[in-house]
Design a protein around this ligand. Structure first.
Ligand code: GLU
Length: 474
C-alpha cells in the first residue's frame, strides 16, 4: 500500500448537459472509492466553456447527485472562477521556457494541415527572438501558448487497463492557452487536480488519450502525478454507445419515471463492476465496503433498462407503506381518483407494491380497484370469454357473488369452488373469466382478496358488463 496520504478524488463534470447515467457512474465510483478509504470526494464544475456551459445544468447536476446520495466534501470548485490561477501557471511555464507563445494564425495552420492531415505543429515560433516576441506583443498580435514537449516516453499504470505507454513524439507542441486567453481543458484539469490535492483520477475511458498529455503538463509544472483509472464505456443492448435511443439516460428522467435513488445507485454500480459474488442488491454502504478499482471490468458495460426496472421493483417492494403512500396517492390522483388512507387503500397498496416496477405505476397496475375496466386483455378475451360455456360461467359467477354470505375472501373461495365442482369444472375455469371481467387483466393479485376489495356490488356490475360485451361481440 502507498503512504498514509489522504485519498482525494473528484468528479469534474462539464455543465453542458444534464447528469446522465455515464456521469453518475463516474461520480459514484469516485465516491465509493474515496469513502471506502476514509477519503474525500470533491466536486469540480468545469465551466470554462462559457458559451456551452449553463447554470441550469450545473444546478441539475448538483441536484441529481444529492438525490442519489452522492455527497461531496468541501466547497464546490468552479473553473470559471479560476482564470487568474491558470494564467499564473501559464506565465510560470513561459518564464521557465517550458511553454512558448505561438503567433501563427489559425489560417496559416489550417493551410499547412490541408496538404497533410498528419501534419504536426512545426515549432515555427519556438525560437523566436525576445525582440520579435516583444514587437509582436506591442503590435497586439494574438497568440496561443504551446507546451514545449520533451522527447520522452510517457508511462503510467492505469488501475483498470494496466501498464500504459505513449511517446511524446505522438503529439505536437499542443496549445494550452487559446488566443482569446482561455486555457484548454488539459491544462485546467492538471492545475486543479494538483491544487485540490487529487490522489486518484477516476474517469471515463474517453479521457484515456488525454492522460499522456496531462502527464506532460504535470511534468512541466513539476507536480506529482496522481494515479489513474479509466472506466470503460457504457453500451446499449445493440453494442452501440449509450444514448437516448436506449431509454432514459439522464438521472432526472429516472427520478421522474418513478425510480428510487437507491435502486438507481445499485443499478449504476453494477455497470462494469461487481462485488465478486452473485449479489445483485447492494446498498450504498455495501458498495462502499466492497468496491475496488481492480474489480472494474476492462470491457464495456452493457446497459439493460429492464434490469433497472427489475431492481427498482425489488426496492419498492421492501419499502414501508408510510414511504410509498404519497406516491400511491399521487399516481391515482393524476388520473382523477381521490385516495384516502384507510384500511382498504392500505391493503391495495400492500398488494400492488410487490408488482409495480416504478413509483408511477400504481394506477396502471391497480386502477380496477377504483373503477370498472375500460378494456379487456386481448388474449384473455379469446381464452376466457369466447368459450361455449362463457355466458353460463359468467351467469354462475353473478349467482355466486349474490349469495356468498358473509362476503369475505374465505367464503367467496369456498362458494366458488363448490359451485365449480357442481358444474364438473375446475375452479380455474371460473377464476380466469372472473379475473378478466373484474380487472380487465389476465393477471392480478389473489383473486378472492381482489374481489372483496373491489366490493360485491362493483363485481356484480362488472360481470354483467362482461356479459354485455360478450353479446355485442358474438
Ligand atoms: N470535464 C470532463 C468531462 O466532463 C471530465 C474531466 C476529467 O474527469 O478529467 O468529461
Amino acid at each position: 500500500m502507498e503512504n498514509n496520504k489522504e485519498t482525494r478524488v473528484r468528479f469534474a463534470p462539464s455543465p453542458t448537459g444534464y447528469l446522465h447515467i455515464g456521469g453518475a457512474r463516474t461520480a459514484l465510483f469516485n465516491y465509493v472509492f474515496a469513502k471506502g478509504r476514509n477519503g474525500k470526494f470533491l466536486l469540480r464544475i468545469e465551466d470554462t466553456d462559457t458559451e456551452r456551459s449553463k447554470k441550469e445544468y450545473t444546478e441539475q447536476i448538483i441536484r441529481s447527485l444529492e438525490w442519489l446520495g452522492i455527497k461531496h466534501d468541501e466547497d464546490i470548485v468552479f473553473q470559471s472562477e479560476r482564470f487568474g490561477k491558470y494564467k499564473e501557471y501559464a506565465d510560470k511555464l513561459l518564464k521557465d521556457r517550458k511553454a512558448y507563445r505561438c503567433f501563427c494564425t489559425k489560417e496559416e495552420i489550417e493551410e499547412k494541415k490541408k496538404n497533410n492531415p498528419k501534419w504536426k505543429y512545426d515549432r515555427k515560433c519556438l525560437n523566436l527572438s525576445q525582440e520579435k516576441i516583444e514587437q509582436n506583443l506591442k503590435e497586439g498580435k494574438p497568440y496561443t501558448i504551446r507546451l514545449k514537449l520533451p522527447d520522452t516516453e510517457i508511462k503510467f499504470y492505469d488501475h483498470v487497463r494496466g501498464e500504459m505507454k505513449f511517446h511524446s513524439k505522438d503529439f505536437e507542441d499542443f496549445i494550452i492557452v487559446r488566443s482569446n486567453g482561455v486555457p484548454i481543458y488539459q491544462f485546467t484539469v492538471v492545475i486543479d487536480d494538483y491544487e485540490m490535492g487529487i490522489t486518484h483520477v477516476i474517469r471515463g475511458d474517453d479521457h484515456l488519450s488525454n492522460t499522456p498529455k496531462q502527464i506532460l503538463i504535470y511534468q512541466a509544472l513539476g507536480f506529482d502525478i496522481p494515479e489513474f483509472a479509466h472506466i470503460p464505456l457504457i453500451l446499449g443492448q445493440d453494442k452501440k454507445r449509450l444514448s437516448k435511443r436506449h431509454g432514459a439516460t439522464s438521472v432526472e428522467e429516472y427520478r421522474e419515471n418513478g425510480f428510487l435513488p437507491e435502486a438507481l445507485v445499485n443499478f449504476i454500480a453494477l455497470l462494469g463492476w461487481s462485488p465478486g459474488d452473485d449479489r445483485e442488491m447492494l446498498s450504498l454502504e455495501e458498495i462502499i465496503k466492497e468496491f475496488s478499482l481492480e474489480r472494474i471490468n476492462k470491457s464495456p458495460a452493457v446497459f439493460d433498462y429492464k434490469k433497472a426496472l427489475w431492481l427498482n421493483g425489488k426496492y419498492i417492494s421492501t419499502k414501508s407503506n408510510d414511504y410509498l403512500f404519497p406516491y400511491f396517492k399521487q399516481s391515482f390522483e393524476k388520473h382523477g381518483i381521490a385516495i384516502e388512507r384507510n384500511e382498504k387503500t392500505e391493503k391495495i397498496l400492500e398488494l400492488l407494491k410487490t408488482r409495480v416496477k416504478t413509483l408511477n405505476e400504481f394506477y396502471d397496475f391497480g386502477y380496477y380497484f377504483f373503477k370498472d375496466p375500460e378494456t379487456y386483455d386481448e388474449k384473455g378475451i379469446n381464452k376466457y370469454f369466447k368459450k361455449e360455456n362463457s355466458k353460463e360461467i359468467l351467469n354462475k359467477l353473478i349467482e355466486i357473488f349474490e349469495k356468498t354470505e358473509p362476503f369475505t375472501e374465505e367464503k367467496l373461495e369456498e362458494t366458488l369452488r363448490s359451485e365449480a365442482e357442481k358444474m364438473e369444472l375446475s375452479a380455474a375455469k371460473l377464476i380466469h373469466p372472473l379475473r378478466l371481467a373484474i380487472t380487465g387483466y389476465t393477471v392480478s393479485p389473489g383473486i378472492f382478496e381482489t374481489a372483496v376489495l373491489i366490493g360485491r356490488e362493483n363485481c356484480i356490475r362488472r360481470i354483467k358488463k362482461a356479459l354485455d360485451f360478450l353479446s355485442q361481440n358474438e
